[in-house]
Design a protein around this ligand. Sequence first.
Ligand code: ADP
Length: 408
Amino acid sequence: MKILVINSGSSSIKYRLFDMTAKTVLASGLVEQIGEQQSRLIHQTRNDRGDMAESVKTEAVADHRAGFERIGAALTESGALTDPRELSAIGHRVVHGGEEFRNPTLINPKVIDTIRRLSPLAPLHNPANLLGIEVAMQSAPQVPQVAVFDTAFHQSLPQKAYRYAIPQDFYETHQVRRYGFHGTSHSYVARQAAKMLDRPLDRLNLITLHLGNGASASAVKGGKSIDTSMGMTPLEGLIMGTRSGDIDPAIIFYLKKKTGLAGDEIETLLNKHSGLKGICGANDMRAVEKQAQEGDRRAQLAIEMVCYRIKKYIGAYYAVLGRLDALVFTAGIGEKSPLIRAGCCRGMAHLGIEVDSEKNNRKGKEAFDIQSENSGVRILVIPTKEEYEIAKQTIGCIQNRFESESAP
Ligand code: ADP
């Protein structure tokens, strides 16, 4: 059973082809810098020895349609797929599902309209996701296509956690509320954590930390998200590569008055030029760590600030959960940076959170734990597998394992 997972962004399309029967990745890749002179297509296919062989092409890819054509060609030329009809389904990552989508949903024209209607809530993401859906539906009309939403897992938040303290009308008329993102990743690592702890998920209290270019924390009780750090948009919460995370909203009005910057310029400032990049000039954590090691004070401060913000969220969610069974680190930084993991757990032994530095320095592709012997709370490092999870949810949807969700 072959499932193709597509993550279509504003200037890139990522894809991964799974054989879900054998549970293997047959091919994966991305087309990036779409619309520019020098677009790149990176394609990996499993070769006869079972390794992933990579090819890189640089050429102009005018738009998403051309990007999909290149992906189709790469999949067929490499022998991973001879005909789109071999696909059992295509699963699309869709960032914003608003309050309308709580489950993976079979895509039809009504669903497309609803995702389009939700676009003002995620103007950077949903239009690009939709473009991917529309081109894929035209290219493979006979293949069922499923939307898997980043927001869906957090639809279990109680009102006290998802409402903002602004007049009710803005919630009712304009849907201003916390939605939360990275849901596929938070739910996947929560389930993996239960397996590692060998305990039922519905009895566990977890804090999951997805720390990649974008970053978010979630409080997960009994397998359900009860709070999360990203808000109406992915700008709120933790300090990220280029996003500020939490700030005093009054800063926006102050900047408008003081600098004359327009609203959309401030939006770009907070989304693209803030976070690690704003503090120390680099947005990639590996570069920030290197700069810090070489004595750059601004990079050292960026790391201190990132860890301090995460620590505050751990404290807050610990209080919300009442009891904490495990803290879970995932995504690029969470999986690979012992420095950040240690930094955000430092000084919390009195709360039962203590990292063992030797275990923490371990490297590996599999999940591992890093708590000390005295730590009452398990501290787990679990590689996220968002694409695989989307593929699984896609199968679940086409096989009607999930409640069928008719489009509103
Ligand atoms: P995305 O949100 O784009 O999926 P990833 O989950 O791939 O992001 O995470 C990217 C982040 O992980 C980058 O900041 C990168 O520097 C960081 N990262 C990757 N490897 C390491 C490493 N060995 N040490 C520290 N940070 C790392």
